[in-house]
Ligand binder design. Sequence first.
Ligand SMILES: CC(C)(COP(=O)(O)OP(=O)(O)OC[C@H]1O[C@@H](n2cnc3c(N)ncnc32)[C@H](O)[C@@H]1OP(=O)(O)O)[C@@H](O)C(=O)NCCC(=O)NCCS
Length: 188
Amino acid sequence: MNKTQYKIRLANENDAQAVHDIYGAYVPLDYITFTLDNPDVEYYRQKIILTLEDYPFLIAENNLGEVLGYVYGSRLRPHDAYQWNVEWTIVLSPDAPKRQGIASALYREFANILVKQGYRYIYGVLVDTNEVSFAFHKSLGFEEVGHFANAGFKLGAWRGITWMVKEIGTFANEPQTPLKLSQVLHPD
Ligand SMILES: CC(C)(COP(=O)(O)OP(=O)(O)OC[C@H]1O[C@@H](n2cnc3c(N)ncnc32)[C@H](O)[C@@H]1OP(=O)(O)O)[C@@H](O)C(=O)NCCC(=O)NCCS
C-alpha cells in the first residue's frame, strides 16, 4: 500500500468547515467525544483564531489540499497556576488513512512548538472505551493518571473518562509565562 503524501501546516480560519465536518463525524458516537451536538462552522472559525494566540492548531493536508486531520491545544483549567498545562485534541478524518503515522507526525510538530513556548505537560482526556486512542496515547509515551467513572451521560448511558499525560518540560526552575504562539513562530 502506498503511503499517503501529506504536509503539516498551521490552521487558518478557512479550515473551519473541514474541522467542523471531521469532528461532526464523531459526535454521534459514544466513545470518542462527550460533545452532544456539533457546534456550527462559525464556532470553529472563532476557535481556530482564538486558539492560535496561545497554542498550535495544526492541519495535516494531502496533496489535493484535503484536510486529513488536525490537532490543537487548549487550557486545561482556568486558574492561573495551571497555565503550563495543555489539553490536546487530535482527530483524523474518518476517510484519512490510519496507521500511517499521520497523527504521530501531528503530535511531534505540536509538541515541538509547545516546548518552545514553555509548556510542561500535555493532557489527553479520553472516553474510557476509546481503545484506539488509548493505544495511540501509550505509543507516544503518555501515561494514564486518572479515571473518572460516570463523568458524562451520552446516548442513554453514564460513561467514564481516562486522563493521560505526557511530560514535555522540566520542573527545576520557576517558570516564565508561556510564550504566545507568534513569539515562537515569528520571533523578532
Ligand atoms: C487515534 C487516531 C488519532 C490515531 O491516528 P493514526 O494516524 O492512525 O495513528 P498513528 O498511525 O500515528 O499510530 C501511532 C501508534 O498508535 C497506536 N495505534 C494507532 N491506531 C491504533 C489502532 N487502531 N489499534 C491499536 N493501536 C493503534 C499504534 O501503536 C500506532 O503505531 P503502529 O501503527 O506502528 O503500531 C485516529 O485513529 C483517530 O482520529 N481516531 C478517531 C478519533 C479519536 O479517537 N481521536 C482521539 C480522541 S482522544
